[in-house]
Design a protein. Structure first.
Length: 286
């Protein structure tokens, strides 16, 4: 422990000694390469150079002109530690858009739920985009990334503008376009239904259909359980089933569902356990 292994630095010297002593028949192919490009003699790893985020802004001059300046973005102060962390990890590359993108999607989380096509046709769509004309760009669907690029363009071109002001301007344009898309979809649906199209059930309608099916299955099962319980009670007490039980069996044989007492409330469905207490009381009295 504590000793430094210098064998990798002496690999060429060892290969020359083995060649002179005839331990190896021919010289290795890397012998001249190691002579031209020797290994590093510094055995300590330096702290990697961090990637600095820069901001391009336009400011007004006293004479009325404007100029663009490049400033380093403010970074939060980090706590100094005794040991450097992530010394051997790759350096994280940061851009100004990362902060703007995080702010937008934290305020609009449902934008991430919208399906997007990530396959690009040429991979050079940003070259034909001009966000000085607005959020809508050729061959680029409207998304949160459009807001980020529009806000970045406003920050770089509009003199003395702040991030909240640029964010509000880009966000208002985004809301207007989203409302236009919703209006177009509603009008297209109404026109299609007017011409005889039958729209498919929505996700809410599908869920209600599945819920009603499970409720009907449970209702059938609960009715069967009530009938079987009454039959066991009648067999134990030696009494025959009363008239209401006969009505139940007749209704089940005819495929009908007789109403048993009050319903469940808003659904308006019959309660299969209504009247069970009265039946038990009559059996006990008998």
């Amino acid at each position: 422990m504590g000793r430094i292994n210098l064998t990798p630095l002496r690999v060429r010297r060892r290969a020359l000694a083995d060649l002179q002593a005839n331990r190896i028949p021919i010289a290795p192919v890397w012998l001249d390469v190691v002579a031209d490009i020797p290994p590093a003699q510094i055995l300590t790893r330096q702290q990697p150079q961090q990637h600095v985020v820069t901001q391009t802004r336009t400011r007004s001059l006293p004479d009325g002109r404007t100029e663009k300046v490049t400033l380093p973005a403010p970074t939060p102060r980090k706590r100094k530690s005794a040991k450097p962390s992530r010394l051997f990890a790759p350096v994280e590359i940061k851009y100004e858009e990362d902060k703007l993108r995080k702010q937008f999607f934290s305020d609009h989380p449902w934008e991430l739920a919208r399906p997007r096509v990530v396959v690009e046709t040429t991979g050079n769509q940003h070259a034909t985009s001009d966000y000085s004309k607005g959020l809508l760009q050729p061959n680029v669907p409207l998304s949160g990334e459009s807001v980020v690029q529009r806000q970045l363009h406003l920050l770089q071109t509009v003199p003395d503008i702040t991030e909240p002001q640029a964010y509000d301007m880009a966000r208002r344009e985004f809301y207007v376009l989203r409302r236009q898309e919703a209006t177009k979809r509603r009008i297209a649906k109404e026109e299609a239904m007017h011409m005889g199209a039958q729209p498919e059930m929505s996700i809410l309608q599908w869920s209600m259909k599945i819920e009603n099916k499970h409720y009907n299955d449970w209702e059938e099962w609960s009715r069967q359980q009530v009938v079987e319980q009454m039959q066991r009670s009648a067999a134990f007490s030696g009494e025959v089933m009363n008239a209401e039980d006969n009505v139940l069996r007749e209704g089940a044989g005819q495929g009908q569902r007789p109403q048993l007492g009050a319903g469940f409330g808003m659904r308006g469905r019959s309660d299969p356990f209504a009247g069970e207490a009265e039946r038990r009381a009559s059996v006990n009295v008998a």
